[in-house]
Design a protein. Structure first.
Lengths: 480, 392
């Protein structure tokens, strides 16, 4: 029986107290804090982070497909999964697909991946879900939403949790939606949205699953299901279906916020982190209908290696200074332009030519002298043709730096450089195993940067300009 | 068999505009001013110029040879535009010297100019452009600040000690600039002002950074044997070296970030060409590329003026002041002139020329024999460096 063979998750470092929103706008305060993606993060970068976590100890070349689930793809017409596949160093013949349009895109992706595996079209499919939805300033969504991602590897080979069954409902309802061109989430009157949508359709799918597979409420070790923006409704679903509070997986509303298509997958990762062989887990997600799954944890759960998952990412956090920082990071206010040179246009052909170096962070290792080396495509010298040490010509093998740790050799905090998060911290880093390069340093506390500090690579978006989201890698402190 | 340039070419006339935020002057204005001062100084007419090399880095300053020939209305002469980052002006002079030394021309003009202040922002435009746009988002101060960070770490200086060491450099240069009516900045600063100035790129503060300005400078070169026909006190070229690095420091962990290999090698080559055995003793004075205080500190070591890691002692002893053993930046340097890229190398040479002729006024160094100019373009791990030596 196929199922989940690995899991991973990602939660951005930064959080904001929800009281900050009330400070700015007054009104009704929602308790807790929410996650804020950094200015250089989006659904693609968070999905990549989640996928990297999921693939620890697993060769990405063995994975047959990548499904990216999100409602906030940076592109309307360009496949996010294809960008991610290069960053993740997957095979060129991997099956790639973006699944979108619904808050249950994450579970739809899981179902589709599972069916692909069952049909024998792939041995394993990686599902990476991430969302970065934006609520309009001063509204409830601004406080309730959060950013994050989760990744699940689906396959038939020694699953850690088998997927025993599923039940789906399609239900057209413009309760919460975004039309083409909308930046902010729209909502119909909230009571109707919940009464006729979430609170009606989600239990219907869960009940349907339980009936089909003859499961009683008490049989589940954990029930994992989406949380609506009014988090009180989450507990009400449990009560209506007869689940005990102890069975209910924490929706992380007080710590993360509602993470859209990534919500149920993230909660599932949290559940798997605590799961024991034999546990039955309910997974359910709501959005223009609902998906429900019955999972059964196997003995293989014990062989899952080190994951940052939900637990470690949740514990590793930094509060942002204030609400204004959030507005700036999300680009929700127009700031005075920095008096710096205008960015020259990004060349699609130049980026395409160097995609392996840029998105995959590949350098080369000289077969003549053995030196690993990386050359920034922005500084010329890509592809590397001549060895920087021995000057041998065209004697190279591929060498990936994305998964190598490094140490700061030197750094600066640049106040003159333009950035949504000044100062710009730049690091010269020496990689473990050899090689040196210069990168922007993200998720850092400027006061804590020092020569010798260990860092790791993280896939980020440098900027959006003239229709192009320019992705690259940055250094960051070892996250957790 | 390659030969040295030593004593084969001489400079017989130079011109240099005031440097500064010259809102009311175009690049063409500046070129005309610098060129005509040089013509007058050399005692020649514009029509006597047989070929010209013009150094500009940014498009605001003009492109191609036309950038020079049109404002000067040079009459159908060969004019070549030279661009080699911050060494642009020095490379224009180098090319002019080679053409004259080769006997192709008798009289050549080398002119450098930059109109930086038409950009709408302070600082330099985007050098090292690549279509991928994945360059780290640091500015020039940021790039050089990383040398300071590493210099402090390597030699065990606290941030306070390091910043105090570097502060001697702008204090000295601002003093020299205060004596120079052509300088952009003509006021003195104190150690405390430098140390406490706002941070531009940690650990560099405002006064650790050079200014940003417009300016132009020019030189007329002839063969050495012809020089005395024009004037009794020509200045002879002793060495012309350019060293362009392969950028290995940005990819090799061996690079220490506390020296600039291109400067060290350009210095070695220039000393060999000029026949200089002991630079510290034989060089009378130098104008070096003090884009940032840390840059000048490291150059002192790379040019072997100070022992490696010990420039601090010379800075504290006042070695590089006008009254010291080896005056550096007698005109105020990039610090006080700013850095109109194409012009800087020739502006430096203008000061060496005037000093060697004893015409430097209140900045006059006693009896100088040999002057050195140094430019450094790019950023520490990948530079283009010029090292020129002139003398009597």
């Amino acid at each position: 029986m196929p199922g989940i063979t690995s899991y991973g998750a990602y939660i951005p470092l930064h959080r904001v107290e929800r009281s900050e929103f009330r400070r700015a706008w007054g009104g009704f305060p929602i308790p807790g804090e929410r996650v804020i993606a950094n200015f250089d993060e989006d659904s693609i970068t968070m999905a990549v982070e989640s996928a990297i976590d999921c693939l620890r100890g697993i060769d990405p070349k063995t994975v047959d497909g990548l499904f990216f689930a999100t409602t906030t793809s940076p592109y309307k017409e360009r496949l996010g999964a294809s960008i991610m596949a290069v960053a993740l160093d997957m095979r060129r013949d991997a099956l790639t697909m973006d699944i979108s349009g619904s808050l249950r895109a994450g579970t739809t992706a899981i179902a589709t991946a599972l069916n692909t595996v069952k049909a024998g079209a792939a041995k394993s499919i990686l599902v990476a879900a991430a969302d970065c939805r934006i609520g309009a300033p001063s509204g409830d969504f601004e406080q309730a939403l959060g950013d994050g991602g989760a990744a699940l590897l689906l396959g038939g080979d020694q699953p850690i949790a088998t997927i025993e069954g599923s039940y789906s409902i399609s239900d057209d309802f413009s309760g919460v939606w975004r039309a083409d061109g909308d930046v902010f989430v729209r909502s119909w009157e909230d009571r109707m949205v919940l009464d006729e949508g979430y609170s009606a359709v989600l239990p219907e799918a869960i009940s349907g699953l339980m009936k089909d597979y003859n499961i009683k409420a008490g049989d589940f070790a954990k029930v994992v299901y989406d949380c609506p923006p009014d988090f009180r409704r989450h507990a009400r679903v449990a009560r209506s279906l007869g689940f005990d509070a102890a069975q209910v997986q924490d929706p992380m509303f007080m710590t993360v916020g509602i993470t859209g298509a990534a919500m149920a997958p993230m909660m599932l990762v949290a559940a798997l982190e605590e799961a024991k062989p034999g546990d039955k887990i309910l997974l359910a997600s709501y959005g223009n209908g609902a998906d429900a799954f019955l999972l059964e944890v196997t003995e293989e759960i014990n062989r899952v290696g080190e994951r940052r998952g939900i637990k470690k990412h949740l514990a590793s956090k930094r509060m942002i200074a204030n609400y204004e920082t959030y507005l700036r990071w999300r680009g929700l206010i127009t700031l005075e332009a920095a008096r710096r040179p205008e960015k020259s246009p990004t060349s699609i052909s130049a980026v395409w030519r160097a995609r392996k170096q840029i998105l995959g962070l590949y350098g080369a290792r000289c077969k003549s002298c053995g030196t690993p080396q990386y050359t920034s495509p922005a500084l010329g010298g890509v592809p590397i043709r001549i060895c920087v040490v021995c000057q041998a010509k065209d004697q190279f093998e591929d060498y990936r730096f994305a998964d190598k740790r490094a140490n700061i050799f030197s750094f600066t905090h640049d106040n003159l450089a333009a950035s949504p998060d000044p100062p710009v911290t730049i690091t010269v880093v020496d990689f473990e195993g050899g090689g040196r390069a210069v990168f922007d340093f993200t998720d850092r506390d400027p006061d804590k940067v020092e020569v010798g500090m260990p860092v790791e690579m993280t896939f980020r978006k440098l900027f959006f300009d003239r229709g192009i989201h320019n992705y690259y890698w940055k250094t960051r402190p070892i996250r957790c | 068999m390659a030969e040295s340039i030593k004593d084969r070419v001489a400079i017989i006339g130079m011109g240099c505009t005031n440097f500064g935020e010259l809102w009311d002057k175009s690049a063409g204005d500046l070129m005309v001013e610098a060129a005509y001062e040089a013509f007058e100084d050399a005692g020649i007419e514009p029509k006597d110029v047989q070929a010209a090399w013009v150094g500009t880095c940014h498009e605001f300053s003009g492109m191609a040879g036309l950038g020079l020939s049109v404002p000067l209305r040079l009459q159908y002469k060969p004019v070549t535009r030279v661009e080699n980052l911050c060494a642009t002006g020095s490379d224009a002079l180098r090319n002019a010297c080679y053409a004259v030394a080769a006997g192709i021309y008798d009289i050549a003009l080398a002119l450098g100019c930059e109109k930086l202040k038409d950009s709408g922002f302070s600082g330099l435009g985007g050098a090292m452009v690549g279509g991928t746009n994945v360059r780290p988002s640091m500015t020039a101060p940021g790039a050089f600040a990383m040398m300071a960070t590493k210099y402090f770490a390597r030699y065990g200086l606290s941030a306070e000690e390091g910043k105090r060491m570097l502060a001697h450099i702008p204090v000295k240069s601002h003093h020299n600039g205060s004596l120079n009516p052509k300088a952009h900045f003509q006021r003195e600063v104190t150690l405390e002002q430098v140390i406490n100035a706002p941070i531009i790129a940690w650990p560099l503060g405002l006064f650790d950074c050079c200014g940003v300005s417009d300016g132009s400078a020019a030189a007329i070169v002839v063969r050495a044997e012809d020089a005395k026909h024009f004037r009794p006190d020509p200045v002879y070229v002793k060495a012309l070296q350019i060293c362009v690095g392969p950028g290995e420091g940005i990819a090799r962990t061996e690079y220490d970030y506390t020296h600039v290999e291109e400067t060290y090698r350009a210095g070695l080559a220039a000393y060999a060409e000029a026949g200089i055995k002991n630079p510290r003793q034989e060089i009378s004075m130098a104008e070096v590329h003090d884009c940032f205080s840390i840059t000048e500190a490291v150059i002192m070591e790379d040019l072997q003026f100070s022992p490696r890691g010990r420039v601090k002692e010379d800075l504290e002893a006042g070695t590089f002041t006008l009254e010291g053993d080896l005056p550096i930046q007698p005109d105020g340097g990039l610090k006080c002139f700013g850095h109109p890229i194409g012009a800087s190398g020739l502006r430096m040479m203008y000061e060496m020329y005037k000093q060697l002729q004893g015409k430097a006024g209140p900045r006059q160094i006693k009896d100088p024999k040999i002057g050195l100019t140094h430019n450094m373009g790019g950023q520490p791990p990948a530079c283009t460096v010029s090292c020129l030596i002139v003398g009597l």
